[in-house]
Design a binder for this molecule. Structure first.
Ligand SMILES: Cc1cc2nc3c(=O)[nH]c(=O)nc-3n(C[C@H](O)[C@H](O)[C@H](O)COP(=O)(O)OP(=O)(O)OC[C@H]3O[C@@H](n4cnc5c(N)ncnc54)[C@H](O)[C@@H]3O)c2cc1C
Length: 380
């Protein structure tokens, strides 16, 4: 069996690791990504706030040596889902099964004024470049603002505001600074009322100005004001934005999307194309766009491929579960576990911030790097 996996992010790495662990050389897996290496989303914040350096958080794909898996560094230029075939700048590839795990692309240029008058912290280059900008920041009015929905890792803007508070406090700049957090949501993490309450309390304690149910539509780089969807103007000295998200252009052009994202069966991750699955941020499966959900979906697809190879009936279906670690600053991390099932309200649990959970978050990262890349890694 030939399996073609498009994208070596959270979803693609988990899927190929499972296939290699369980089928080894019995299947021929081709994993394609245009990047040099993988970076965890949370590592972007660590680099930006000077907690680590860029070189320490890039996991090079050249370290990916797994039985049955061939990694190809190439840009995919077209996808034919009927034929399960792609064109790339390194030639043509096809499979008996194809899994699309190409994530969401980010478009700072979709928000007028953001590129000229602000910064974004969601791309790897954007977050890494902010390290110098923040190191030189003399204090002032800072806005952490979301510019469109949906957006990856909904807790990340809240974590950024809390980490920024610590960063400015440690440099003696907090008294002369203001932090505002502009979010399209009514509460910081709608599926978890307990996590939202803890975050709102933390914002209050740290004098972070929480602005719910609002999107930043544009920036005026000359006047240095952010223009919000409700018509308000907010002056700023430093704007840290979450840019617009879209499927990669090659996915949009493939004819697989409906309303901008790839629809899938929420239990099996199958698309409407025979032998084609999609996992993670590129889909409209109904879970938040976060790595843990991409990973859980990849595992279900791995089970289906393994069952087809054996052959036996695949028993696993996607359970919509994911856990998320929340940075509260001062080396305190909280944990949210949420389950998203179609037709039901999401439900879950919340564990308050502690240093034990901070260590657990570190372990979350190092176990992935061990399994996916076969090497040891620690977050700090
Ligand atoms: C600041 C921040 C913090 C975050 N924190 C967390 C967290 O704590 N926990 C969590 O679970 N999630 C977190 N996330 C979200 C998480 O990073 C993503 O949701 C996750 O990576 C999605 O996985 P994926 O496999 O769908 O896509 P991705 O991991 O984005 O992988 C997609 C891959 O496809 C490749 N690709 C795209 N187009 C092409 C092309 N044309 N040709 C070849 N390759 C291509 C890309 O290079 C990329 O490697 C965070 C995100 C951010 C921005």
């Amino acid at each position: 069996m030939k399996v073609l996996v498009l994208g070596a992010g959270f979803g693609g790495l988990e899927l190929t690791t499972r296939l290699s662990e369980e089928l080894g050389d019995d299947v021929e897996v081709t994993l394609i990504d245009k990047g040099e290496g993988f970076v965890f989303g949370f590592s972007k914040l660590d680099v930006m706030f000077g907690r680590t350096v860029a070189d320490a958080v890039v996991h090079p794909y050249r370290d990916l040596v797994k039985p049955g898996v061939r990694f190809v560094q190439a840009t995919i230029t077209s996808i034919d889902p009927d034929a399960r075939r792609v064109q790339t700048d390194a030639g043509e590839f096809s499979g008996d099964v194809m899994v699309v795990a190409l994530g969401a692309d980010l478009h700072p240029d979709a928000t007028p004024g953001l590129v000229e008058g602000g910064h974004e912290f969601y791309t790897v280059p954007g977050a890494f470049a902010l390290r110098e900008v923040l190191a030189d920041f003399p204090g002032g009015r800072v806005i952490v603002g979301v510019t469109s929905t949906p957006f990856k890792c909904p807790p990340a803007p809240s974590e950024t505001a809390l980490m920024l508070h610590d960063f400015l406090t440690e440099r003696g700049l907090r008294d002369q600074s203001e932090i505002a957090l502009v979010m399209p949501l009514g509460v910081p993490i709608p599926p978890s009322p307990a996590a939202s309450a803890a975050l709102l309390e933390a914002f209050e304690e740290r004098d972070i100005d929480w602005r719910p149910e609002c999107l930043v539509r544009s920036l005026d780089p000359v006047r240095k004001v952010a223009l919000c969807a409700d018509g308000r103007e907010m002056p700023y000295d430093l704007f840290l934005g979450v840019p617009a998200h879209r499927v990669p252009a090659v996915v949009a052009d493939s004819g697989m999307c409906v309303d901008g994202w790839i629809p899938v069966d929420p239990l099996t991750l199958r698309t409407r194309f025979d032998g084609v699955y999609a996992v993670g941020d590129v889909t409209s499966v109904g879970t938040p766009k976060a790595g843990v959900f991409a990973e859980g979906q990849a595992s279900v697809v791995a089970d289906a491929i393994i069952a087809a190879h054996a052959p036996h009936e695949a028993t696993s279906t996607y359970d919509g579960r994911g856990q998320c670690y929340l940075e509260f600053g001062q080396d305190q991390v909280a944990k949210v576990e949420v389950t998203f099932l179609s037709g039901q309200a999401p439900f879950g649990t919340f564990e308050s911030a502690s240093t034990e959970l901070s260590a657990q978050k570190g372990e979350f990262g190092s176990t992935r790097v061990r399994r996916w890349f076969g090497r040891e890694w620690s977050t700090h």
